[in-house]
Write a protein that binds this ligand. Structure first.
Ligand code: GLN
Length: 491
């Protein structure tokens, strides 16, 4: 019975909640039981059973009284990436530095979820401080991919992707700085959307690289993702980089796409050597399916694409080095006493940060140091401008771009652990849109296989600034053209 409930889509579950066919308490209990039973995947860092049941009871009471207006997620169990501060609930960013950090305030994104009636069932695993692309950089152990537990679920939002794919919750928040929502969505057969930079408030999110970080969501269908994103988006006076724009009603406009005349661009720099041939075939096949329905396919060139990864791995570490300077053992987080102030700083940071975080801090400080600043940081920012300009020119010619989300299928845990550069190259197709601040969605495209194991392939759809409506519509249309895509329910 509980298995059956958890395989509903969020949209279906919400209908059953509103019609009182099921209760929020029953649904939350099912989700909590699955989180416990499936702990082996290491998707959750904290299961918030007590507060979840209290939220569920409140939802049931509101439904009983008919007080459902303005609460589109009333009674829905969702998970939260563990870098969104949750008041009174431990928020670790998967770092030893914040292992015992209990925020005194709530992030804007999560506050909006609870105001909409969602139930917080768990804080989810991730790469430490969102630095990584596999989930293996968590201080609390790697997350496993539910399709094949020997493989990574992608990262950095590893727990969010795995928990949604494993039916532990109906949807989850994530954050995407260079691909951390889209790539794990591709690796787990879920839908993941990163909106335009500035669409969601970053207030209360543990910072990695502030000019790139953006909140977004995971769901098992495009409709579920649209509903979640619509709830968390919008201007926030507490984040000056959040845009003072109306949030369109994405859930409502989802089905309004006219495929005839839709212009789909295929950027040739994304179909390069090194791209897994099954992924190439799958993504080109999706474009052909749209063409058969009357869409126009246009070859596009984005010549600066090959510089995006190198530029990102200057800009992101530079910002990270500055943001992480706050963890000094004095104000909050881990403190390891030394004989004097400097030694306490050193001891706390040595014990608190993992290797990848230390690597980023060193690269970032190096790139920002006098004498090197112009050679690295300034150059990287110039590349960033070129990338953004090329995208802007492309979106004069096409409505959306189709490309692979990731160049490979989910790889084995440990396969890239000792080779950071090969892991950085996994982001080659997600980083460019991040550098330009553009919205992107990954939606299940087809199945591939490696060593006899069936593994999901993601289609990435990119849009122009504030173009979430179009990419959601196209992704939704793709779900219909593609046909059913079901993630196995394992026990
Ligand atoms: N994998 C990329 C990195 O390690 C992107 C991470 C992210 O988007 N947070 O920086």
């Amino acid at each position: 019975m509980s298995q059956h409930l958890l395989t509903l889509t969020a949209t279906q579950a919400l209908e059953k909640l509103r019609s009182k066919e099921i209760s929020a308490t029953e649904l939350t209990q099912a989700s909590l039981a699955r989180l416990e039973a499936r702990k082996g995947l290491n998707a959750a860092l904290t299961i918030t059973a007590e507060s979840a049941l209290a939220q569920a009871q409140a939802a049931d009471a509101a439904i009983a009284k008919g007080e459902t207006a303005g609460k589109p997620l009333l009674g829905l169990p969702v998970g939260v990436k563990d870098l969104f501060c949750t008041q009174g609930i431990r928020t670790t960013a998967a770092s030893k530095m914040l292992e015992n950090f209990v925020p005194a305030y709530e992030s804007t994104v999560t506050a909006k979820l609870w105001a909409a009636g969602a139930v917080n069932v768990a804080k989810l695993n991730m790469d430490e401080y969102a630095m990584g692309g596999s989930g293996e950089n968590s201080a609390f152990g790697p997350t496993k991919n539910p399709w094949d537990e020997a493989r990574v679920p992608g990262g950095s939002s590893s727990g969010s992707a795995a928990a949604v794919a494993d039916y532990q919750c109906f949807a989850a928040t994530g954050s995407d700085t260079g691909g951390s929502i889209r790539q794990p969505a591709a690796f787990t057969g879920t839908v993941g959307i990163k909106p335009t930079y500035g669409r969601c408030s970053r207030w209360g999110m543990v910072a990695f690289a502030s000019s790139l970080d953006q909140a977004g969501v995971f769901g098992r269908t495009v409709a579920d993702a649209a509903l979640m994103l619509h709830t968390i988006a919008g201007h926030d006076p507490k984040d000056s980089t959040s845009a003072p724009l109306e949030v369109p009603n994405w859930p409502q406009t989802l089905g309004q796409l006219n495929i005839k005349g839709l212009r789909i661009g295929l950027p040739k720099e994304y179909f390069i050597e090194g791209l897994n041939p099954e992924i190439r075939t799958a993504v080109l096949g999706a474009a052909k399916a749209f063409e058969a329905q009357g869409a126009e396919i246009v070859e596009i060139s984005l010549p600066s694409t090959p510089y995006a990864v190198a530029a990102y791995y200057i800009v992101a570490p530079a910002e990270a080095a500055s943001n992480l300077a706050r963890y000094d053992g004095m104000r909050y987080g881990l403190r390891v006493e030394g004989k004097n102030l400097v030694e306490t700083y050193t001891n706390s940071r040595t014990a608190g940060f993992g290797d990848e975080v230390k690597r980023r801090i060193m690269v970032g400080n190096y790139a920002l140091s006098s004498g090197y600043y112009d050679a690295y940081y300034t150059k990287a920012m110039q590349a960033r401008t070129l990338i953004a300009n090329e995208f802007a020119a492309a979106f004069e010619k096409v409505d959306v771009l189709f490309c692979p989300t990731a160049p490979s299928l989910p790889f084995k845990i440990g396969a890239k652990a000792n080779d950071p550069v090969s892991l950085y190259l996994e982001d080659a197709f997600t980083i460019p849109a991040s550098m330009a601040g553009l919205p992107g969605i990954s939606v299940p495209c087809a199945m591939g296989a490696e060593e006899g194991t069936a593994l999901p392939i993601g289609l990435q759809i990119l849009g122009p600034r504030w173009g979430e409506e179009k990419i959601l519509q196209v992704a939704h249309a793709w779900e219909h053209l593609r046909g059913a895509f079901t993630i196995p329910f394992k026990s």
